[in-house]
Design a binder for this molecule. Sequence first.
Ligand code: PMP
Length: 447
Amino acid sequence: IDWCKASNLQGYAPICLGLEDFYLRRLYLRIQDCFNRPISSAPDAWFDVIERVSNDNNKTLKRTTKISRCLNLGSYNYLGFAAADEYCTPRAIGALKRFSPSTCSSRVDGGTTTLHTKLEEYVASFVGKPAAIVFGMGYVTNSAILPVLVGKGGLIISDSLNHNSIVNGARGSGATIRVFQHNTPSHLEKVLREQIAEGQPRTHRPWKKIIVVVEGIYSMEGELCKLPEIVAICKKYKAYIYLDEAHSIGAVGKTGRGVCELLGVDTADVDIMMGTFTKSFGSCGGYIAGSKDLIQYLKYTCPAHLYATSISPPAAEQIISAIKVLLGEDGSSRGAQKLARIRVNSNFFRSELQKMGFEVLGDNDSPVMPIMLYNPAKIPAFSRECLKQNVAVVTVAFPATPLLLARARICISASHTREDLLKALEVISRVGDLVGIKYFPAEPKKQ
Ligand code: PMP
């Protein structure tokens, strides 16, 4: 309440997404009492309807009152392929004309075009695995594949901050689920040791199969997976490893091949590589890459392959074209430039935020940058004040994060210019002062 009054942010109340907490509701009512007015219905970056997007990572929001052009700091468009790319867009339009928006069929019932097979070949070779299978949705890739890989009598050991699609897939599998402390290899080892006697051959263990599930970059933390250590533990205890690269494929690594490339892990040591096309590739859908036998097995058994309409042909062409740009097959060096740019942009933005005194989670090179707000009441204030100054940021809270660890989650793109980033930093700094979220002393500015 003091904070609201002090920063003259009347009208903001703690919108605690999904919270039923007694005390927070009491606090909410007290704030309403204090200002004697109902909760503000000011616009924010959550529910605004987007009228159009442009290729420079700006988006136009349509609001009840006015339409404004915003710098988009919330999109997963890491490499800037998502809108009007000079190479990808004409090809996606070509695929639309040649194959229509939808195959209107499942893969096995006439829904496999030349684009689908080509996409699977490109994805497998790009991520460094012998074969791949693609799906129309990233979420479904996790939630439908895990139940095919493991079932009753099997064990899934999952990072405590894994994405909801993994949690749902694990729950739907019927396997026993154990959770290890987020990105903590020593705890993973402890859990594994509790479940099996060290060194016993796979056939003598109480579990038919053990799968350890981790993410390349954690979407709410911006943290890189401690993959080398986790791979070593999985080898030691003969557990399979399932790596979700939704946020890392295309976004990190010298040639965009994700965390294995960045952290020097041999892809042969990662049994199941999963990723989505909705981020770096600016399209939609998801993939699983692995051994030929694994992919063949999935093609014959996975319900989401057998019974769901195949990925849309223009979306497939968009992904193939984006991979071609990354490989330099478009005859330009744009791919390499994009990869260099996202790295420079991410590291610049992160270090500037830290210098200003913000608490920023995550690792260098990661384009995902959560700025800690802590107090859920600060969510609408931060989001709306930024939006007023034409900067759109995504704010996240419970149940996506623990109750009192609300944050703004910045996603940096290769399509952000240095000017964009400087403008965003200026706005975030002002709003940070207003809302009171600079938790560390700012570094003195160099003269
Ligand atoms: N895995 C992770 C780690 C994610 O963050 C997401 C969504 N952002 C998904 C899977 C689901 O992907 P999609 O949005 O492409 O369906």
